[in-house]
Ligand binder design. Structure first.
Ligand SMILES: NC(=O)c1ccc[n+]([C@@H]2O[C@H](COP(=O)([O-])OP(=O)(O)OC[C@H]3O[C@@H](n4cnc5c(N)ncnc54)[C@H](OP(=O)(O)O)[C@@H]3O)[C@@H](O)[C@H]2O)c1
Length: 245
């Protein structure tokens, strides 16, 4: 039965237990959204507590059955889906010739299947509503790979997202559904907890890491901008614009 008696806007966030997804989930709740939050271990999260406005769904988002569970939870609990934010993702940097079959399958499974199935389920529901917005997180490295950065497999998976978003934006424009991408540089999240932050800062012309709040700001801008569709917002201090700094 629906608990969304006040008809709040409803969002789904994948990869919500950590980093960008956690920041996005907290901000959406603060802004009056009902949220269905997913990750493989979200029910064990110390940062998110289930409530009338927040449903936690455990599961591997690369599996279609998890995508169905997540979208069904949103429809059953909150009756609609206004926004899907696909944050679940993994990053395996390695020299190209050293990638294993397992690396390949795991990254395709999480970063591509994990976007495909939940978006497919959500868009099917958004079509019935005649409204909705799908946002994916890519990376600015897709447009500007760096000498010495072994990222071919992450780039394969993340380069699909802006293209996929543009395709969806066109296919479903008549159904009132938008699709956009946010492409950050290096964001200060647990993904980079053990990396050299001083070295990472130098990858941006504005020499600091991107903050999660800056991804959240871009998301709320996209959410508030009904004419922005098929867009890719880069948040990288200008790295994509220049060749050397
Ligand atoms: N941080 C950066 O510099 C950066 C830059 C560009 C793009 N991105 C992208 O932004 C997204 C978020 O990154 P982040 O830095 O916030 O990473 P993070 O802190 O490591 O968080 C990743 C999230 O994804 C979840 N996840 C991983 N595999 C999953 C699966 N199979 N099913 C469901 N959830 C899964 C994790 O939770 P569980 O372990 O509980 O499943 C976690 O909640 C990723 O797509 C990443 O590629 C990040």
């Amino acid at each position: 039965m629906s608990v969304n008696i006040n008809k709040k806007p409803v969002a789904i966030v994948t990869g919500a237990s950590s980093g960008i997804g956690l920041g996005v989930t907290r901000a959406l709740i603060e802004h009056g959204y009902c949220v269905v939050a997913n990750s493989r271990s979200i029910s064990r999260s110390k940062d998110l507590i289930a409530s009338t406005d927040l449903v936690l769904v455990d599961g591997d988002i690369g599996k279609r059955e998890t995508a169905v569970k997540v979208v069904n939870a949103a429809v059953k609990q909150f009756e609609r889906i206004d926004l899907l934010v696909n944050c679940a993702g993994i990053y395996i940097p390695k020299p190209f010739t050293e990638y294993t079959l397992e690396d390949f399958e795991t990254m395709i499974h999480t970063n591509i299947a994990g976007y495909f199935f939940v978006t497919q389920q959500a868009v099917a529901h958004m079509r019935k509503q005649k409204s909705g917005h799908v946002v994916g997180i890519s990376t600015t490295l897709v447009d500007q790979p760096l000498a010495g950065a072994p990222i071919s497999l992450p780039v394969i998976t993340k380069s699909t997202i802006p293209a996929f978003s543009r395709a969806l934006a066109m296919e479903y424009v008549a159904d009132g559904i938008r699709a956009n991408t946010i492409s950050p540089g290096v964001v200060d999240t647990p993904l980079h907890a053990h990396d050299d932050h001083e070295a990472l800062k130098k990858l941006h012309p504005i020499p600091r890491l991107v903050q999660i709040s800056e991804i959240v700001d871009a998301l709320f801008y996209l959410q508030s901008a009904p004419m922005v569709n098929g867009e890719n917002i880069r948040i990288d201090g200008g790295a994509h614009a220049g060749a050397k700094w």
